[in-house]
Design a protein around this ligand. Structure first.
Ligand code: GLY
Length: 354
């Protein structure tokens, strides 16, 4: 069993990672929550596969439970669903001092976490992530949000869970495309922070080979994320490096109206393209984009798209992280380390399109 501690003073918490831990969740939860009532918030996909098992385990541990299920899909991470979830929680008799479990992938973690951060002006919650993306990224670090018609994650907050419980066995029911997409975020951690980890991933033949080492992989990603979040919980500086490949990636996702690529695939293209650009601008050591290309292709991830950079530039100008016309771009200096560069809208047009 791998245990990590994320040190945020009174908001500190543990992350437990172990194959099979899901069948013992109640025991782990009882370490941090001694009262009786728990509400599980999940989506229809996860509920169908694992809902009953989770509820039984919690009840066998002595908890009284309620379950709130919403329709799976990013298109449901919105205010309508949020209102329904609030009302169902209230109707089920769950109160402020009780516990909420966010049980699912990134959409569930974000929406259920945002619910926990706002209902009754905040109630405690635990993350049990079920996708690779959620296990290595979104369940750790306390970013919670919902989308609006104007963009993704536009309304949200920083609200740390009391514990994160990660069972890699739950990934067995994911389709391969979703696992590959999660691998893009895994590769990101190596690229921005840990050359040795990058080479370890590069050394694996394919996804199947990597899955034989999945506990170690998830642990290293969570360790890196924990270190970054401990230094910059509120995303004012260092945490931005987690956005490597994301500014371009988000623009690609948006350009195709979120239909052509998964998030992981889009940031895969973003990581490769920003590395090529970094080389052109003499920020990134020459040759690094070839390494990025090789690793992404080993995992069958896309590296290019026919969309014109000038169309992406227009979308990037509307990025929610564009503050007064300035965007932070994350460039690799070389694999394992990054530079944050502030680029104005004017320079984006000049530098990216030159
Ligand atoms: N997923 C990026 C972050 O948590 O900051």
């Amino acid at each position: 069993m791998e245990k990590l501690h994320i040190n945020l003073e009174e908001k500190s918490y543990d992350i437990f990672i172990e194959k099979g831990i899901f069948s013992e969740v109640g025991k782990y939860i009882s370490k941090v929550y001694k009262k009786k009532k728990i509400v599980v918030v999940t989506d229809t996909n996860v509920d169908r596969l694992y809902g009953d098992k989770l509820i039984k385990n919690l009840e066998d541990t002595g908890y009284t439970t309620a379950k709130v299920v919403f329709n799976a899909g990013e298109e449901n991470k919105n205010f309508n669903t949020l209102t329904e979830v609030y009302e169902k929680i209230v109707d089920s008799g769950i109160k402020r001092g009780d516990l909420l479990i966010a049980f699912g992938g990134g959409v569930v973690g974000d929406l259920a976490g945002f619910t926990a951060s706002t209902i009754y002006r905040g109630m405690d919650f635990i993350q049990i992530p079920t996708t690779l993306l959620a296990q290595v990224d979104s369940s750790v670090g306390g970013k919670v949000a919902v989308d609006t018609n104007r963009g993704k994650n536009l309304v949200g907050s920083f609200y740390q869970p009391k514990m994160v419980i990660i069972d890699p066995e739950l990934l067995k029911t994911l389709d391969e495309r979703e696992v590959r997409s999660g691998m893009a975020e895994v590769i990101k951690y190596g690229a921005i922070y840990d050359n040795e980890f990058f080479n370890f991933l590069l050394d694996k033949k394919d996804i199947k080979d990597s899955m034989n080492h999945i506990e170690k992989i998830i642990k290293r990603c969570c360790e890196i994320k924990a270190k970054i979040v401990e230094i910059d919980e509120l995303d004012m500086g260092l945490r931005m490096i987690l956005n490597f490949g994301h500014t371009l990636g988000h623009a690609i996702e948006k350009y195709y109206n979120y239909t052509k690529y998964t998030h992981g695939e889009a940031i895969s293209i973003g990581m490769y393209e920003i590395t090529r650009l970094g080389e052109r601008l003499n920020i990134t050591k020459l040759g690094e984009s070839e390494k990025i290309k090789e690793i992404l292709q080993n995992y069958n991830l896309p590296i290019e798209d026919e969309v014109k950079l000038k169309d992406l530039v227009e979308i990037m100008k509307t990025d929610k992280k564009n503050i007064s016309g300035i965007l932070n771009f994350i460039f690799l200096s070389e694999v394992g380390s990054v530079e944050i560069k502030k680029i104005s809208e004017k320079e984006i047009t000049e530098k990216l399109l030159k």
